[in-house]
Design a protein around this ligand. Structure first.
Ligand SMILES: [Zn+2]
Length: 145
């Protein structure tokens, strides 16, 4: 797997993890005691039973919110790792792209000839004599032998 793809995957996992954590926090807000939801008994509304139920649910929700907050924290860290990996690998591929055009085209290298006496480069493909020392330049691949 490519580093950039791996970074993106880690980033997505972080987002999913953090998102799930946020949802679990939002979905588990404390429940308010509502006396109208108290069960009707022969002695009237069972307010204390309802209140105890609400308290029990709220402590459960508080635990879920705490684990949700942990997930948001872990998700954020994972997301940041993914972001760093993606950014670094992106920068790496950009540097590679920068190097490619800087290299001399293959045709230019083939056309270039060198004087056998002094070693000076002969820039003109059709030149017969060295511009530096005047020696006859060895025929190139396109010249008659
Ligand atoms: Zn020469």
């Amino acid at each position: 797997m490519q580093p950039r793809a791996f970074g993106m995957l880690v980033l997505l996992v972080g987002v999913a993890f953090g998102g799930y954590g946020i949802i679990s926090i939002v979905a588990n807000q404390p429940e308010k005691f509502d006396s109208s939801k108290s069960q009707m008994t022969l002695l009237g509304r069972n307010g204390i039973g309802n209140w105890l139920d609400v308290q029990a649910r709220n402590s459960e929700r508080a635990q879920r919110r705490a684990s949700g907050a942990t997930m948001v924290g872990v998700g954020t860290i994972v997301l940041l790792i993914g972001l760093v990996v993606t950014t670094l690998s992106g920068r790496g591929s950009m540097a590679e792209g920068h190097e490619a055009p800087a290299s001399v085209p293959a045709g230019a290298v083939r056309a270039m000839r060198y004087c056998t006496r002094c070693g000076a480069g002969v820039s003109q493909p059709e030149a017969r004599f060295c511009a530096s020392c005047g020696a006859a330049v060895v025929a190139g691949r396109d010249a008659p032998t």
